[in-house]
Write a protein that binds this ligand. Structure first.
Ligand SMILES: Cc1cc2nc3c(=O)[nH]c(=O)nc-3n(C[C@H](O)[C@H](O)[C@H](O)COP(=O)(O)OP(=O)(O)OC[C@H]3O[C@@H](n4cnc5c(N)ncnc54)[C@H](O)[C@@H]3O)c2cc1C
Length: 569
């Protein structure tokens, strides 16, 4: 009995102590839950406070937050986000974008801080534009002038995606009292989705990276396009019938057309036998002069093309307005030497298909059924506007090298960034940071460095505008990479200082001209200039592998030339 009583007592004590432990555990749990609720509430509160403080800070300088974006702003304030690797997205893989990506990849980053770098381009291949002439006349191959991005980037951590960018949406856009925008957060880049343009509201965050690419830092380097439509560049029929020379597609189209011109032995039905073949090159800047000389050299050495006349249309009869005296002299000498080039002083007024002007006989037909129609170019010739006379000419091809402008979507809602009133380029400060956007940078042909005041009063001025050259984009790429690095690592940014290193031209038949940056007459021409130009371009190839590949081909070419020269003698 005593045993039973004492056992019951022990059991009761055990039960009591267990229930005490349980209630203590419950209390502890409930305390922990309360604490965690409080912590969540206080972190939400802190997040909201951060937002409000940020908004107030900006309000002090005249900024008021947009309501929709407030919700989105939580993303960047979230502590968890800080632990994710930073994502840098570069749009446009030309001299600005590709070289910036390569530089960023090669830089030293603090431990575990290397960002994820993505490069987006509408094309699969980078294009070394200064060598497009050599590609056109098959003096160099596509692999050398337009290497694939995936090959160029294979030894880096940069991810390449072939996508066309159609719109940029920063996460937080704050409107200033002045009407301009500002943002200190990341955002997303909307992409053309399998050939279909993205709808305005198609920016849901469903993780479908076909539709958008998120960024913490963005670099915009979309280059320039031929602008046929703006008021200052518009010429009736130019967009439809002239052939621009600015991209890889343009090179291929021009090659196809020249092949047709070559095979056109005047066997058309319309009795147009014996008509002279004519190619016009509109614009006598660097691109126009170099293209005319490249075509002249090509036509001269090919049967079927020797009777083609090249008419270089120069406004006011002047070539290379921006070149030095030495550069102009070298180019004039080469143009005079070319038997098949004629300089026409004037401007193109309109371009039509010949059929439209009733000259059916000018339609070329081939045995294999292919045809091409000549185009009818109306030219106002003469040096001054009031003295110009109209001449009309049916030509086999009209090449267009004028009117380049920034390649940005025309709808202003697609680009939140401030654009220069005159050129349409994105306005950046001297560090290449886009006006009002702490995490967006722009460089190359699509950007202009200006202060806000300069932009306000810039209706006629070109202040802050650097030449639209590979040399500028290439140098800016280094500064841009450095400044993206500095922005991520909270260091101060460097102003971009452009160092002009001279200009180079190809003048045909293994000849060139190099204008040095010291003195108007400091020009080297002929074969030494040709060799120097090639060496400089070799040095500027995007990667060591590409440099080696192209260098090897040039070396083989020189060796073969020397060997065949030795055999002949
Ligand atoms: C025929 C020719 C000869 C030239 N010769 C010289 C020379 O001898 N020396 C010199 O210094 N400069 C020369 N230039 C100028 C020079 O090539 C440009 O100034 C330079 O390429 C500008 O670099 P960028 O990065 O701004 O643009 P680009 O090199 O044009 O690159 C822009 C990139 O953006 C991509 N892109 C555009 N829109 C989109 C989009 N919506 N979505 C995704 N990707 C997009 C394009 O595919 C392209 O790859 C020449 C230009 C031409 C056309």
């Amino acid at each position: 009995m005593i045993y039973i009583t004492s056992t019951l007592r022990v059991m009761k004590t055990k039960i009591d102590s267990r229930s005490t432990r349980q209630s203590a555990r419950c209390e502890r749990l409930s305390y922990q839950r309360n604490m965690s609720r409080k912590r969540i509430a206080s972190s939400e509160e802190a997040r909201a406070r951060v937002l409000i403080r940020r908004r107030n800070d900006l309000s002090d300088v005249g900024v008021v937050a947009g309501q929709e974006e407030e919700e989105e702003g939580r993303r960047s304030a979230d502590d968890d986000e800080k632990n994710k690797p930073v994502k840098v997205v570069i749009v446009g893989g030309g001299f600005g974008g590709l070289y910036c990506a390569l530089k960023l990849d090669s830089m030293q980053w603090p431990k575990n801080k290397k960002p994820l770098i993505s490069l987006l381009d509408a094309n699969e291949q980078f294009l070394f534009k200064p060598l497009m002439y050599e590609l056109l006349e098959n003096e160099m191959d596509e692999e050398s002038v337009a290497p694939r991005f995936d090959e160029l980037l294979s030894k880096t951590t940069v991810t390449f995606k072939k996508r066309e960018v159609v719109r940029v949406v920063p996460d937080v856009v704050l409107r200033t009292k002045m009407g301009t925008s500002a943002s200190g957060t990341g955002g997303k880049v909307l992409l053309r989705n399998r050939g279909r343009a993205i709808k305005k509201n198609d920016d849901d965050d469903d993780g479908d990276d076909d539709v958008f690419e998120k960024y913490d830092y963005l670099v915009v380097a979309l280059g320039a396009k031929v602008d046929f439509m703006s008021e200052k560049n518009f010429v009736n029929g130019a967009k439809e019938f002239a052939m621009p020379f600015n991209g890889l597609e343009d090179v291929k189209k021009m090659q196809e057309r020249i092949e047709l011109i070559k095979n056109n032995n005047n066997n058309n039905d319309g009795g147009g036998k014996g008509f002279e073949k004519v190619v016009t090159v509109v614009g006598a800047g660097y691109a126009g002069v170099e293209l005319a000389l490249c075509l002249a050299r090509w036509f001269e050495r090919e049967d079927g093309l020797r009777d083609v006349k090249i008419k270089l249309v120069a406004k006011d009869g002047e070539i290379l307005k921006n070149a030095t005296v030495g550069g102009k002299n070298a180019a004039n000498k080469a143009l005079k030497k070319a038997r098949n080039i004629e300089i026409v002083s004037g401007v193109v007024e309109s371009i039509k298909m010949v059929e439209e002007v009733g000259a059916a006989g000018e339609v070329a037909k081939f045995d294999d059924g292919k045809t091409y129609k000549k185009v009818n170019v109306s030219l106002l010739t003469g040096n001054k506007d009031d003295e110009r006379k109209e001449i009309i000419e049916n030509v086999d091809m009209c090449c267009w090298t004028v009117g380049l402008s920034a390649k940005l979507p025309t709808n202003e809602n697609d680009w939140p960034f401030e654009q220069d009133k005159l050129s349409g380029k994105i306005v950046t400060d001297s560090t290449l940071k886009v006006a009002g956007y702490d995490r967006v940078f722009a460089l190359g042909d699509n950007s202009i460095q200006r202060t806000k005041e300069e932009n306000e009063e810039s209706s006629n001025k070109k202040n802050g505008e650097k030449p639209a050259t590979a040399q500028v984009a290439f140098q800016a790429a280094d500064y841009c990479a450095w400044n993206v690095w500095s922005a991520i690592n909270k260091k101060s940014l460097l102003p971009f200082r452009y160092q002009h290193l001279g200009d180079m031209m190809t003048l045909g038949d293994k000849e060139g001209a190099v204008q040095f940056p010291f003195g108007a007459d400091a020009t080297l021409d002929g074969q030494p200039a040709f060799a120097l130009r090639r060496l400089a371009y070799l040095y500027r190839m995007p990667t060591n592998e590409q440099r080696l590949k192209v260098g090897q081909k040039w070396f083989d070419e020189i060796r073969e030339g020397l060997l065949s020269g030795a055999n002949q003698s």
